[in-house]
Design a protein around this ligand. Structure first.
Ligand code: ADP
Length: 268
């Protein structure tokens, strides 16, 4: 008799093998190997130009891979159906475009782009409102996006990414341009979403690293570090090319290990 009990799916969310991406003659990332398990919350940090956005775009299948391979839940990038929700960088959006919050979220239901006479279904509208409720801005559904605060705008972008009902959520600096209260709200939201989906968070917010994510990747052209979300000084210096003090005074989560009592080193 065959065992009818369904087996857990151990297919990694993302499997990246020796990935190199060039823009013209310039390498953006080289030889990156990275596996992300289903349900993981991975933070990616690194200096500007370190290749973080390039890595996200390779996972999304938005740019050609020069060598190596990427697979998303066992499929080539771009062929994984509606598995990935993507929150692009805030700065890449036109905040003055005359469109309401609800309409932006509705665009998340389009999989072949907006055609001039496209009509959303009632079901689309209902779902979009539900998602806005999930991210805590349902009351702003009818508001023009030009009238949103930075934090509200980011939550709207997360809502749009959730329209595809993703298994994997990629976010490119979602806490840039938001105040401290909104940042906390976004991290709370991401922690909730992580109960249902895998998350990859590109951030410059080093404090978020130890308190939010459960794995960390540091990218500076190549992968400098991949592991537990606690950094040591060597990795950070290698990453940023200069000594960076990452101690979070007064905050219970530390990125670096504590100074010893003489302030000459770090407790191991
Ligand atoms: P990050 O997101 O870490 O700031 P990027 O992935 O945007 O880094 O960029 C990595 C490198 O690739 C940088 O040197 C950047 O100048 C270069 N780059 C990024 N996008 C392009 C592009 N469209 N054309 C040419 N070079 C690019």
């Amino acid at each position: 008799m065959t065992d009818a009990v369904s087996q857990p799916d151990f297919t990694p969310a993302i499997s990246i093998d020796n990935l190199t991406v060039y823009y013209g003659q310039t390498p953006a990332i080289t030889g990156v190997c990275l596996n992300v398990s289903d349900g993981e919350y991975l933070g990616i940090i690194g200096p500007n130009g370190g290749g973080k956005s390039t890595l996200l775009k390779a996972i999304l299948g938005l740019i050609p891979v020069s060598s190596g391979s990427v697979s998303v839940y066992g499929h080539p990038p771009g062929k994984s159906g509606g598995v990935i929700g993507y929150v692009p960088q805030f700065a890449s959006m036109d905040r003055l475009f005359p469109i309401s919050v609800l309409e932006v979220v509705l665009t998340g239901f389009l999989n072949k782009g907006l055609s001039p006479f496209h009509r959303y279904t009632e079901d689309n509208r209902k779902k979009a409102l539900e998602i806005l409720d999930t991210v805590g801005i349902a009351s702003l559904a009818g508001r023009q996006i030009s009238a949103l605060s930075g934090g509200e705008f980011q939550r709207m972008l997360i809502a749009r990414a959730l329209a595809v009902n993703p298994k994997l959520l990629l976010l490119d600096e979602p806490t840039a341009s938001v105040d401290a209260a909104s940042r906390e709200h976004i991290y709370g939201l991401l922690a909730e979403l992580n109960k249902k989906m895998t998350i990859i968070l590109v951030t410059h917010d080093l404090l978020a690293i130890s308190s939010q994510v459960n794995r960390l990747a540091c990218l500076n052209g190549s992968l400098v570090y991949h592991g537990e979300p606690e950094l040591n000084r060597e990795v950070v210096n290698q990453l940023y090319g200069c000594p960076v003090d990452l101690i979070a005074h007064g905050v219970p989560h530390r990125v670096l290990k504590e100074h010893n009592e003489h302030g000459k080193g770090y407790r191991q």
